[in-house]
Design a protein around this ligand. Structure first.
Ligand code: AMP
Length: 182
């Protein structure tokens, strides 16, 4: 369980950078959280306790900060880890799904054997932050095509005003630790 005290500590450790990567964006930088030895541990440990009885086969992390959270959690759960990457980054055979960006389209990819070709694999999808939900929805489309069962989509930060979490919640269970603005 994420106590209010732990949530406050996580919130305090996340740095805000105005105008990155471009004007008008308030970037939520989690590097001061993950370089904090006990706070990073408590974040992953609390997630491990939440998911320990879900029989998770794979934690699927979204590029790039979802890799850090996802791989750590997969290790803690004794599960496999599989990456969702931006187009053109994966070396083997891929499947891809497109989503709408502010300007134009982008796409994400997974290896065709990312889930070891296990049908109905129990998957937890994770990323550091959900904004419009486009990346997470495209990732869920990939998981559908790999015939996975996504048990939950988990985000450290939910930018509530953009409504992405609600869109994802129409498809799968969702969990977010911090709601911004708070
Ligand atoms: P979206 O597809 O709009 O939900 O965007 C989510 C993805 O973009 C995640 O992988 C986030 O890491 C990244 N992202 C979007 N907005 C921000 C932000 N304000 N600060 C940090 N990362 C962000």
């Amino acid at each position: 369980m994420f106590s209010q005290k732990l949530k406050n500590q996580l919130h305090e450790a996340i740095r805000e950078i105005e105008g990155y990567p471009r004007a008008g964006i308030l970037f939520r930088d989690i590097t001061p959280l993950i370089n904090h030895p006990t706070l990073f541990f408590r974040l992953i440990e609390t997630l491990r306790v939440r998911y320990q009885h879900h029989s998770i086969d794979f934690v699927v992390g979204i590029e790039a900060r979802g890799f850090i959270l996802g791989a750590s959690l997969a290790y803690a759960l004794g599960a496999g880890f599989a990456p969702v990457r931006k187009k053109g980054k994966l070396p083997f055979k891929t499947i891809s799904a497109s989503y709408q960006m502010e300007y134009g389209m982008d796409s994400v990819e997974m290896h065709t054997d990312a889930l070891r070709e296990i049908k109905d694999a129990h998957v937890l999808l994770i990323d550091d932050l959900i904004a419009t939900g486009g990346t997470a929805l495209a990732s869920l489309e990939l998981l559908d095509r790999l015939q996975a069962k996504c048990l939950e989509a988990c985000f450290l930060i939910n930018l509530t005003e953009l409504g992405g979490l609600e869109k994802v919640a129409e498809k799968v269970n969702t969990f977010s630790i911090l709601e911004y603005p708070c």
